[in-house]
Design a protein around this ligand. Structure first.
Ligand code: ASP
Length: 437
C-alpha cells in the first residue's frame, strides 16, 4: 500500500498545524510522498504567504525597496522553524531568493518560493528527502504542462527515495525558468505525484470534513458526500462547488487512483472518496449533491421551420465562435433554440453576436435575457431512480419559483434548471429539502 498525501495551506499555516500534519503522516508508514502548499491563513484576517510573495514581487518589479515585505515573509518561516525547535536555517535561501526578486526573476518564480521553502521545512521536520519540483515537473515551450515527460522523470526519481517531500504548485520550463500552475495548483502537483508513484490512494488534506452536498453558505450544515465519481465531481465543481482544483482530477483519473479528501483538523473523519466508478449509493439519497451559479444570459432564437433547415445550428454556433464565446448549454425546441451563455463573456459583444446571427440565419425573433441562475442537481443514482426530475420540479414549483429553463445531460447524471437569480438560494434550499432531509 502506498499513499501520496497533499496538505493545503491552512494545514501548514503555523507550527501547531505542522505538528498535526506530522502526526497524520507518521501514523501510517504508507504515507510516503508528501506535497505541501505554502503556509496559508492562520486566522480570518491573515495573509497567505503566496499572496505576500506576489505583492512583494510587485514592489521588486517596480524597482522599489522590498526590505520590509521580504522581512515579513522570512518571519513567517522563521516562526515555524523556531516553534518546531528545528536545528535548521533558511538564511541562505532567503538571501538567494531576495536577490532573485531584486533581479526580477519573474512573478511565477516569486510565488513558487512559498511551497519551496515550506517543503524544505517539512522535509527537515519529518526526516524525509526533499525533491525540488523544478527537477521533476515540466512545462513545454507553450507553457502547457508536459504530462508524459513529467511522469517518466518523476516516476524514476521517486524510485530512488523511499520517503520524500515534493513542494506543490510549480515546475520548470524548457529554459529552466520556474512556472506555476494556476492558484490552488498544489492539488495538481499532488495528483501528478500520485500518478507517477502509482499509489493506491491520493489523500488531499484540507480544512473541511469532505466534499459537501451543498454550499454551506446557503444550506445549514449540509451533509458530507462519502463517495462521488470523477464525473459527478466535475459537474458540481463546474457549478462552483470547490474543494479541489479542477485540473487535479485528470492525472489520477488516467491512472484510476481514488482521491480521498480529508480534514487535518479532524483526522478521524473518513472524508470524501472521489472514484472513477461507484455502485455504492448513500442510503436514501438519490442525489449526490446540488450546486449552482448566477450570472448567465439566454440567447433565444426563433424561426419557423427551423428544424428543417440544414446547418442552422452550425451557422449560429459559428457566430459565437467568431466572437470568441463558448456556450454553456443548448436546450432547443422544434422552431426555437436557446443558448445559455455567461453574461460576463458576452459583455461588449452583444450587438456583434445578434447581428451576426441575423445575417447568418435570418431568425423571426432574437433576444438576449439576463439574470439567469443555473442549478445543477447531480447524482449517479438518478439514472435508475424513476421520478427524480418530477421531484426536482415539484420542489421548485412548491417554493413558488418559476423555472425558466430545463436541461438534462445525455449521461443522465445531472438535471440543470434555470431560475431567476433572485430565486437562486430558495431553489437550492427547496431541492436540498426534498432530497436530503
Ligand atoms: N499556494 C498556492 C496558492 O495559494 C497554491 C496552493 O496553495 O495550492 O494558490
Amino acid at each position: 500500500m502506498l499513499k501520496v498525501v497533499k496538505f493545503g495551506g491552512s494545514s501548514l499555516a503555523d507550527a501547531a498545524q505542522f505538528k498535526k500534519v506530522a502526526n497524520i503522516i507518521k501514523a501510517e508508514p504508507e504515507r510516503r510522498y508528501v506535497v505541501p502548499s505554502a503556509p496559508g491563513k492562520r486566522h480570518k484576517n491573515d495573509t497567505k504567504v503566496t499572496d505576500m510573495l506576489y505583492s512583494c514581487y510587485e514592489l521588486a518589479a517596480k524597482g522599489e525597496d522590498i526590505g520590509k515585505c521580504f522581512g515579513e515573509i522570512e518571519d513567517r518561516y522563521n516562526g515555524i522553524i523556531r516553534e518546531l525547535e528545528l536545528d535548521f536555517s533558511l538564511e541562505q535561501d532567503f538571501h538567494l531568493i531576495k536577490n532573485a526578486f531584486i533581479h526580477k526573476a519573474g512573478r511565477d518564480f516569486a510565488a513558487s518560493r512559498g511551497e519551496y521553502l515550506n517543503g524544505k521545512i517539512l522535509a527537515k521536520y519529518l526526516g524525509f528527502d526533499f525533491i525540488d519540483a523544478a527537477e521533476v515537473i515540466f512545462f513545454n515551450d507553450n507553457g502547457k504542462f508536459d504530462a508524459e515527460r513529467t511522469n517518466s522523470v518523476l516516476s524514476q526519481t521517486l524510485k530512488q527515495h523511499e520517503y520524500a517531500v515534493i513542494p506543490g504548485f510549480y515546475g520548470s520550463m524548457p529554459n529552466d525558468t520556474i512556472k506555476t500552475f494556476s492558484r490552488g495548483g498544489s492539488d495538481i502537483t499532488g495528483s501528478i505525484v500520485a500518478r507517477a508513484a502509482t499509489c493506491d490512494i491520493y489523500e488531499n488534506w484540507t480544512d473541511v470534513d469532505g466534499f459537501l452536498m451543498a454550499d454551506p453558505r446557503i444550506i445549514d450544515n449540509p451533509r458530507v458526500i462519502s463517495e462521488i465519481t470523477y464525473h459527478e465531481l466535475r459537474e458540481l465543481s463546474y457549478m462552483g462547488a470547490t474543494v479541489l482544483h479542477e485540473d487535479a482530477i485528470f492525472p489520477v483519473r488516467i491512472a484510476g487512483i481514488p482521491i480521498n479528501i480529508r480534514n487535518t483538523n479532524n483526522p478521524d473523519a473518513r472524508g470524501t472518496f472521489i472514484v472513477s466508478h461507484s455502485d455504492k449509493y448513500d442510503t436514501g439519497n438519490v442525489i449526490t449533491g446540488v450546486a449552482g451559479k448566477k450570472g448567465f444570459s439566454v440567447l433565444n432564437i426563433e424561426k419557423d421551420m427551423m428544424n428543417a433547415e440544414v446547418g442552422f445550428g452550425r451557422r449560429v454556433l459559428e457566430v459565437l465562435e467568431n466572437n470568441g464565446v463558448c456556450f454553456e448549454h443548448l436546450p432547443s425546441g422544434i422552431d426555437n433554440m436557446s443558448i445559455v451563455l455567461s453574461t460576463h463573456e458576452i459583455e461588449g459583444k452583444r450587438d456583434a453576436i445578434k447581428n451576426g446571427i441575423c445575417r447568418q440565419v435570418n431568425p423571426d425573433v432574437i433576444d438576449i435575457e439576463d439574470g439567469l441562475a443555473l442549478v445543477a442537481v447531480v447524482g449517479r443514482a438518478m439514472v435508475k431512480a424513476k421520478g427524480t426530475a418530477a421531484r426536482v420540479f415539484k420542489a421548485i414549483s412548491g417554493a413558488g419559483i418559476n423555472i425558466r429553463m430545463i436541461d438534462q445531460g445525455s449521461s443522465e447524471i445531472s438535471i440543470i434548471v434555470g431560475v431567476e437569480e433572485s430565486d437562486f438560494e430558495d431553489a437550492l434550499r427547496a431541492i436540498y429539502q426534498e432530497f436530503v432531509y
